[in-house]
Design a protein around this ligand. Sequence first.
Ligand SMILES: C[S@@+](CC[C@H](N)C(=O)[O-])C[C@H]1O[C@@H](n2cnc3c(N)ncnc32)[C@H](O)[C@@H]1O
Length: 282
Amino acid sequence: MKWVGGKTRLLPEIAARMPRSYGRYFEPFCGGAALFFSMAPRTAVIADRNADLVATYRAVAIDVEGVIRRLAIHREAHGEKHYYATRARWNDAHVVWSPLDRAAAFIYLNRTCYNGLWRVNRSGGYNVPMGRYKNPPICDAEGLRAASRALARATILCADYRAAVADARAGDLVYFDPPYDPVTTTSNFVSYTADAFSRDDQATLATTAHELADRGVAVVLSNSDTPFIRSLYRGLRIDRVRCARAINSVAEKRGEVDEVIVMGGFTPRAARRTVSRARTAR
Ligand SMILES: C[S@@+](CC[C@H](N)C(=O)[O-])C[C@H]1O[C@@H](n2cnc3c(N)ncnc32)[C@H](O)[C@@H]1O
């Protein structure tokens, strides 16, 4: 899936900071789950509050060939008319979907919509216009089969992050990638589901992260580099990394922004040369 906040660009920085060995892998704000797919852990729990996303992962885990067949039909029909008809059908409360049809429609809309932005309005309606792609990868059969193998080994939950990590034990690894703290008051495009993630939510998440680290669960977390976020994770190791961001409503604000990777509950490897100690200790 293309997902706002997708971690593909930051993957090498995060992967380099993960513990070398761990028990179970937890990714409770999984979204596009770029890290989960790249690490392909043996035992994993992935979770998201977005019920459509979770249902899609389950369908891909259970019957990937059924999803591929339906996506091939979308690929043949793709065009403005088909996109908006699929979007209207998606939002029509009277339509009864099979899980496979629903999953294929979700992937199709995600692959062809503007910027891969899964945005819903207040009443839950999906309202993103079609993107301007020449040849969008609507049905990547091999990618889907690989995703299916990884997902079939995982427990996939539609849950709040706290429920998802409730039984994490010492030696397990939790990667938190929450909706980011906005760098400016206008940069808040954090609306993956109908409700947003407030500063109180960030503080509650930090309490959960500290508790997990205190009981020996390895915790890795990414967020934007703001004084507020740094204050929440005082006492844990905080590395600053640069990240190119594609999605911002203001064109000139696209480009490089600073993010932090927070680590706790394990002994991180030595800081890489790209991250100086002085910056880390701010
Ligand atoms: C920054 S995105 C994750 C990006 C992802 N790591 C990727 O690579 O695409 C945050 C995700 O958290 C989910 N989310 C928001 N609040 C949540 C909560 N309280 N519990 C679980 N998931 C939540 C959103 O639906 C969204 O998919």
